[in-house]
Design a protein around this ligand. Structure first.
Ligand SMILES: O=P(O)(O)OC[C@H]1O[C@](O)(CO)[C@@H](O)[C@@H]1O
Length: 270
């Protein structure tokens, strides 16, 4: 068992099964699901990779303790976790499917989403396109690849489609804080055979390749996150703990306009 102290609550990773385990009966998740490689069909760099028994990632929806449930529901935010298992599809690093968020009701832009890495190393692929519901090739106007290590946090800006890639050698565990009203849109990513950057494992780390099913009006930028007091983000401090101190500070996840620049300002080019 590996203790995952960055969760801010007693949750460990069972390294044999890759599953999260809570040592407190008070902590629950609303739902759990595991995605296997067959469900990634059409999203991978290699269209022929279809090993159906290869586990890709687990999703734990709405993790709360009885004591903290209302702190999250009062501000309409949800705390989930995703665990991407080790391994590769050919040479491609394992990743989540990827999606865009639909616009906030009554607005022209979508909900942002906060992610903190709990264990392992992630590359968050974040892409802004000309039209996320386009049927032909989407044009990428901005492509940010955020390298995020355990204890670090990134916020996906409104209107950026995103997926998370496991670029470490082991299991990647991360949490997200997101509006309960945020809805996902998958079709255009699926039709494009994944996000606009494919990430491959190499001897020295990882390598990026542009997905040929997109048109590019920009070059990919590798960035790293920094602390942001305005966003309640501090390296090695669990977002869960920080959120409970001041849930209202995280209202930017429901109403992002005022702090939007900060989502970009906290990212530094590598
Ligand atoms: O919905 P996808 O693209 O399979 O990815 C799952 C991801 O989406 C979320 O469910 C919430 O937006 C994340 O917690 C998770 O990492």
């Amino acid at each position: 068992m590996k203790d995952l102290t960055l969760f801010g609550m007693p949750i460990a990773l069972d390294e044999e099964t890759g599953k999260l385990v809570s040592s407190s009966s008070d902590i629950r998740w609303e739902d759990y699901s595991r995605k296997y490689s067959d469900k990634m069909e059409g999203l991978l760099a290699d269209p022929d990779y279809k090993k159906t028994d290869d586990p890709y990632y687990d999703f734990y929806k709405a993790i709360v303790s009885d004591k903290t449930r209302t702190a999250f529901s009062d501000v309409a935010l949800r705390y989930d976790s995703t665990v991407i298992l080790p391994g590769y599809a050919g040479k491609e690093c394992k990743k989540t499917a990827g999606h865009f968020h639909l616009p906030i009701p009554g607005e022209t832009f979508s909900f942002p989403e906060l992610y903190q890495v709990i264990s392992g190393t992630a590359l968050f692929v974040m892409q802004r396109v000309d039209d996320y519901k386009k049927e032909g090739p989407m044009t990428v106007n901005d492509l940010l690849l955020a390298e995020v290590h355990a204890g670090e946090t990134v916020v996906i800006p409104p209107d950026y489609g995103h997926c998370t890639v496991n670029i470490g050698e082991g299991t990647l565990v991360f949490i997200n804080l997101v509006s309960v009203n945020s809805m996902n849109y998958y079709d255009s990513v699926k039709q494009s055979h994944g996000m606009s950057a494919y990430v491959y494992h190499t001897e020295t780390g990882y390598q990026i390749e542009k997905n040929p099913n997109y048109t590019f009006a920009c070059e990919p930028k590798i960035v790293v996150p920094t602390d942001s007091p305005k966003l309640g983000i501090y390296k090695d401090v669990p977002v869960y703990t920080e959120f409970l101190k001041n849930p209202d500070l995280y209202q930017y996840l429901n109403a992002p306009k005022e702090l939007e620049n900060e989502f970009f300002a906290m990212l530094k080019e590598k």
